[in-house]
Design a protein around this ligand. Sequence first.
Ligand SMILES: [Zn+2]
Length: 485
Amino acid sequence: MRYICLLILLMLTLRAVSQITVDTSFEGSNARVLSVNNSSNTLKIESVLKRGDVYNVVFYLKVLNVDSTRTFRLQVQYSQLYFLPVYVMYSYDKSNWYRLSGTVSGNYEEYSGVFNRRDIYFCYGYPYVYSDVINLQNSLSSNPFVTVSDVSYSESGRAVKLFRITNSTVSDSGKSLIWVTGRHHAMESNSNYVVEGLINYLASADVNAARLRNQAIIYVVPVMDVDMVYAGGTGKDQNPVDFNRDWDSPSHWNAVRDVKAKILQTAASNRLRVFLDSHDPFPGETDTSGRNFFFSMQESGQKSVNLNAFRNKLYNTGGYWFGRKPLYPTSGQTSTKWVDSMFANMDFSASLETGWTKRTDGTSWSVFLYRLHGGVLGRGLSDYIYQSTSVSENGTPVNFYLNVYPNPFNPKVKFDFSLRKNQQVKLYIYDVNGREIAYENFGKLNSGRHEYVFDAEGLSSGVYFYRIETTGQDGLLKGRIVLIK
Ligand SMILES: [Zn+2]
C-alpha cells in the first residue's frame, strides 16, 4: 500500500513537472496568467497595471515546462491594439534575445514556434531593467572619463543615476554642455540601448569621442522613471502625471524636479548647447519616409537649422537619414519643450525616436543595432560640436569655439579656436599678479580654425590667465590655465 501511494505521488509529481508554469518573480517582470492549456501547449497572459499605470502593455515573463517537441503558443491579450509589437522577444538565458513575429487574432496576439528548450523568457521588447544601469555604472567604474552620481532618489528611494563624461585633464572652462535623458516612458526599453551605446562610445578610446570629451561635458541620465522600470510597468500616460509631461513647475516626480535643477546648475558655468531625450515611438510609427526621427519644437529659425546640421552629421556617420517631426502641440510639458523654453540661445533641443523592433525600411533592430545607433549619436555630437553653426549669447549665429588643452600643462598648452568671420585677434597671458607674461597679436585671421601653442619653458609652476580679444562678434574669451612642472 505504501509503495502504491509513493507511486501515485511520483506520478502526480511528474505530471506537475510537465505543467506549464510562469515565473514573474524577477526584476522588471510582468504578466498575469489567464489560461494554461497543456494539451495544446498554449499559454494565455495579459500585462498587469503597475503603480499608476493606465495602460497594460508591457509583459516580461519566464515560461517553464513548455513541451519542446511541438509548437508552443504564447497568447497575449491586449487592450491597446496600437501598442502591440510586431515581434515578441524571447531568450533562454536573459542575455541573447531573438525575435518572433505575432499574428493578431480576436483580442489577443499569438506568438508561436517550436522551442528547443523547456524554459523560455518572453518580453515585449528587449528588456532593460534598473540593474542594467547599475551594471553599466560598474563596468565604467575605472574609466577616467566617466563619473557617476545619484542626481535624485525616486519615490521608492532608488537612486537616479547621472553619468558625467568629459576629459577632466582639460579645463571645464569654455566647454560646451550636452544633456541626454532616457526612459521617461518605461515601456520604451529599446531606447535604453541607444543611451547605453552613446555612453559607451563617449567613454571609449575612439578619437572622435576623445575630441568631444576635450570640448564638452556630457551629462546622461539613462533611466528617469526608475520605479516604473523596476516594477516592469508601462509608464506612458501614468497617473498622476506622465514622466515626460511633468517638466513644468512644480514637478510631481523627484527625478524630474532634480534633473531640472541639475541642468540649470550645470548651465550656469557651461553653455548648454544640445539636449536630447531618447524614446521609442509606437511600434510602426515613423516619419513620413519610414525613418527614425526627431521631435523638435522648431520648424524654422536657428534651432531648426542647427538640428538639420546635426542630422547631416548623423547621416555622414551612420549612413541614413534621421527624419524630423514637429512636437505635438498637445505634448505640453515635455523635457524637450521645457529645455527649449529655458535656453533661448541653445543650439537645439529634441526627442529622438529610434524606432521599434522593426524598422519600416526593412531593417530589423537588434540590441547590437540600438547600441550602434548610440555610437552614431555620439559621433554625430562630436562632429557637430567640433564644427557647428551655433548661436552666441546675443542670439547671432556664430561658428566659434575655444579649446585649451592640456590643462594643467607642462610646458606647452595649445589654444585651438575657430572664427566665424575674418577678424583681428589678440591673445594675452597674465600671471596671478596681473603681470603680462605673453602677448600675441595675430593680426587679421581668416574665418575657420586656428591653433596657437604657448610654451611656458622658463616659467614657474602656478596659475596663469589668458584673454583672447577679437574685433568681431566672437568677442572676448577669458580663462585659467595651470602650469605644473
Ligand atoms: Zn516616449
